[in-house]
Design a protein around this ligand. Structure first.
Ligand code: FPP
Length: 278
């Protein structure tokens, strides 16, 4: 994985539909087509991780018919697209809670994840019943249990002999992928004209470039993703340092506490930022 991690808040399905005299469900249906277009376009634009916000933990508050329609749509999407994902090297993973999802949907998720596990071209992460604050809270709880276990002599999940936790280790806990490298978001796109994060990937977006577009999600396509990536590439990511050339000229050395990230940009060294636990 050496490309970009793009994350998308797919907003505007309801307004797109209502403005056309259609039901909100029709908007979500059109939104699923936009998901297909985006998944197809992403690898060609240098994106190798794509995280899509399909259903937030707060979305359970929507009318039951809309929740039901969204859940059916997710299941149908997985059923219809898994074969194509295997052919195209797309690894599918669903993030978020599973204990409140219907068992038929959980089975479909597990089967899609198993079938696509070897995909190397794009890692497609679909957030369902997802809350970033809950993910951070769960990570903190698991950390404190791990440290408790360590203190009592039992090897904990993230036991660290010095009682320290690095940002990289905590990122793995937040992402709930202990065996893999956790990846920060490079660019976050939100469609539909609103400008907020809505409890999506709050830890992972610490240094994400934020791109907001008025385009409603069902209208989003290859050209919009291309434009967002171009805008991202025009931005200078400094991660708290000074511009490389100016910094090097002033101090004689460039960005002392920064390392290069997957996109070749400077970023803070997570190991430097280890935090001691009380
Ligand atoms: C927000 O728009 C969108 C959602 C809550 C659902 C997103 C779902 C999809 C795009 C389709 C299914 C997903 C996959 C991965 C197949 P909104 O309904 O809040 O729009 P509004 O702000 O205009 O009301």
């Amino acid at each position: 994985m050496s490309g970009l991690h793009a994350a998308i808040i797919m907003d505007g399905n309801g307004r797109w539909a209502v403005s056309r005299g259609k039901s909100r469900t029709a908007g979500h249906l059109a939104g699923a087509d936009a998901v297909r277009r985006t998944v197809e376009a992403a690898p060609g634009l240098g994106i190798d991780i794509l995280t899509l916000y399909a259903f937030s933990s707060d979305n359970w508050r929507r009318p039951p018919e809309e929740v039901g329609a969204l859940m059916r749509l997710l299941r149908r999407y997985l059923m219809a697209e898994t074969g194509r994902c295997v052919e195209n090297g797309v690894r599918v993973q669903v993030i978020g809670r599973r204990d409140r999802l219907a068992s038929s949907l959980v089975r479909e998720i597990e089967s899609a994840e198993r079938a696509t596990a070897r995909g190397q071209k794009l890692w497609l992460r679909i957030a369902v019943d997802y809350s970033a604050r809950d993910a951070i809270l769960r990570a903190a709880l698991r950390l404190s249990r791990g440290l408790d276990a360590e203190q009592s002599g039992v090897q904990g999940e993230v036991a660290s002999p010095s009682g320290q936790i690095s940002r990289q280790d905590f990122s793995r806990l937040v992402a709930e992928c202990p065996e893999e490298r956790a990846h920060d978001v490079d660019l976050l796109i939100r469609t539909g004209g609103e400008k907020r994060l809505s409890d999506f990937l709050l830890w992972e977006c610490a240094y994400a470039e934020l791109i907001f577009t008025d385009r409603m999600w069902p209208d989003f396509g290859h050209a919009d993703l291309d434009e967002a990536v171009l805008e991202f590439r025009r931005r200078e990511r400094r991660f708290g340092t000074v511009p490389a050339a100016a910094g090097a000229a002033k101090s004689g050395k460039a960005a002392i506490s920064a390392v290069r990230d997957r996109s070749g940009h400077a970023r803070p060294d997570p190991e430097i930022a280890a935090v001691a636990m009380p």
